[in-house]
Design a protein around this ligand. Structure first.
Ligand code: ZN
Ligand code: MN
Length: 487
């Protein structure tokens, strides 16, 4: 057997649909679904002689995303025609950006297991229009729906810096967090707002020599599952091809594949066109864009603390686990809600538990985010503080949180009304403690002896006192009193 090692190399192209009200070069509304060809006009169906006009918001959204991806924003960019023929593109070209994209040379920091991060370089990001959609539901005929034609897309191209499916998925999820934080895209996978095209190949080292397998570009993946699956499948397929037939890049460097979701495998589509096949040339109907300092500064105001920075801060500032910090920063509103609740004076871990264990469930039931439950962050912070101060038990806080969502009443009011306040009055609790000590000679003797059974018996006595108080005694006070009396 010869000595073989294998490295997976993956770069990604991602199309992100921007969340503008109208299309990129006309005034037609952006929406999802609807009756075919009802959101169209002569511009987006590609009638000859019409004049496109750039949607300024779409451009600003893509610059904002470019800034968040640490890209350079050149002061001059232009539009180009990318020519190809397909029924869903009646004008026979797509308006895109070729040699002068609106942003380039950035990077994205992606979270890995255990709080580690990895930097993936971004080659470029440019703006372009989407095509329409062919549908095949009319028996022997195909139909074309141009409602989607002219939708603004941000195309982001990474360098081939990812080395396994988990990293590829982490990048996709991180990018989704970023564009949602910025509000530039709803990034709803089910609605095709994010489409992925991984470029995958292997660098195989065999007997000290490196062989590169042909690159597979897998088209139009619209789920994280398919994305991760395609990387794993291609890695296996390419290794087999190499071992069985010695296939390397010299035998054809690139091919395009589709993804079969049912059989979870890639399907060969065609050998890749080179850029010159698209006959790119400058779009004569649109003026180039000049970006000045003033405009750029205006756009920069839309930046915010980015998800990965927030996640790292939650770990360092609040001493949360990376996992908890990741859950709290999954969306911007929850992260900001958490910050505000902690600012109200409760311990971060307590607030975190209330949000992730109780709030998340309530939000899920209500079909909204935790921040939209109708409970102010400060008020939730107050509830967490009541637990911290042993005014209510942790289990009572669950009931109180649920009641807060239902009634919008203050936590202390609910606690009183539902008789959930813990008793900290030492005199009252002392009477219960004395009674329990008198009733449980055996357990008391075990504790006093300090032997093996001591801890268990102490727990038993605690339980007895709590039971007598109907769960309302402050456990801290109970344990203090018991310790005092039995030492
Ligand atoms: Zn239109
Ligand atoms: Mn594209």
């Amino acid at each position: 057997m010869s000595d073989i090692s294998c490295k997976i190399i993956v770069g990604l192209e991602i199309h992100v649909q921007l969340n503008t009200k109208t299309k990129i070069f006309c005034g037609c509304a952006l929406a999802f679904g609807g009756v075919a060809n009802t959101r169209v006009c002569p511009v987006c169906i590609g009638m000859p002689g019409v004049m496109p006009v750039m949607n300024k918001k779409a451009y600003e959204y893509s610059v904002l995303a470019g800034l968040a991806l640490n890209c350079n924003i050149p002061s001059f960019t232009k539009w180009d025609r990318k020519s190809y023929y397909y029924p869903d593109l009646p004008k026979n070209y797509q308006i895109s950006q070729y040699d002068l994209p609106m942003s380039e040379h950035g990077y994205i920091e992606i979270p890995l297991e255990g709080g580690e991060t990895k930097r993936i370089r971004i080659l470029r990001a440019h703006l372009e229009e989407d095509a329409g959609k062919n549908t095949h539901t009319l028996g022997n005929f195909s139909a074309v729906d141009l409602n989607r034609a002219g939708t603004p897309l941000l195309e982001i191209v990474t360098e081939p810096d990812m080395n396994n499916g988990a990293e590829v998925k982490a990048l996709a999820v991180e990018l989704q967090r970023i564009v949602r934080y910025l509000g530039v895209s709803l990034a709803d996978m089910q609605k095709g707002h994010m489409r992925f095209e991984p470029n995958i190949n292997l660098h195989i080292t065999k007997d000290g020599k490196v062989y590169k397998t042909p690159i597979s570009e897998v088209k139009n993946l619209n789920s994280f599952r398919a994305l991760e699956g395609s990387v794993a499948y291609e890695a296996k397929r390419q290794l087999n091809e190499f071992l069985e037939h010695g296939t390397t890049m010299e035998m054809g460097n690139k091919a395009t594949y589709g993804w079969d979701d049912v059989n979870e495998c890639t399907v060969l589509q065609r050998v890749k066109e080179e850029a010159h096949d698209y006959r790119y040339f400058p779009e004569p109907d649109l003026v180039p864009i000049e970006m000045n300092e003033e405009w750029l500064n205006e756009i920069k105001k839309g930046l915010c603390e980015l998800p990965i920075a927030k996640q790292k801060r939650f770990v360092s500032e609040y001493k949360l686990s990376d996992y908890d910090a990741g859950v709290l920063t999954a969306d911007r509103a929850t992260g900001e809600f958490f910050d505000a609740a902690v600012a109200a004076g409760a311990t971060p871990k307590r607030v975190c538990n209330l949000i992730t264990q109780v709030g998340a469930k309530l939000a899920n039931e209500a079909g909204c985010g935790v921040a939209e439950l109708g409970v102010d962050a400060e008020v939730l912070g107050k509830l967490a503080k009541m637990v911290d101060d042993s005014e209510v038990s942790a289990s009572a806080s669950v009931t109180i949180f649920e009641e807060m969502v239902k009634t919008k009443k203050a936590p202390e009011v609910i606690a009183e009304e539902m008789n959930l306040m813990q008793k900290s009055d030492a005199g009252e609790i002392e009477a219960l403690v004395d009674a329990v000590i008198a009733e449980n000679e055996k357990a008391v003797a075990d504790v006093k002896e300090g032997g093996k059974k001591s801890k268990k018996s102490m727990g038993f006595l605690m339980g007895q006192v709590m039971q007598k108080s109907k769960g309302q005694a402050n456990p801290k006070v109970v344990s203090q009193l018991l310790a005092q009396k039995l030492s």
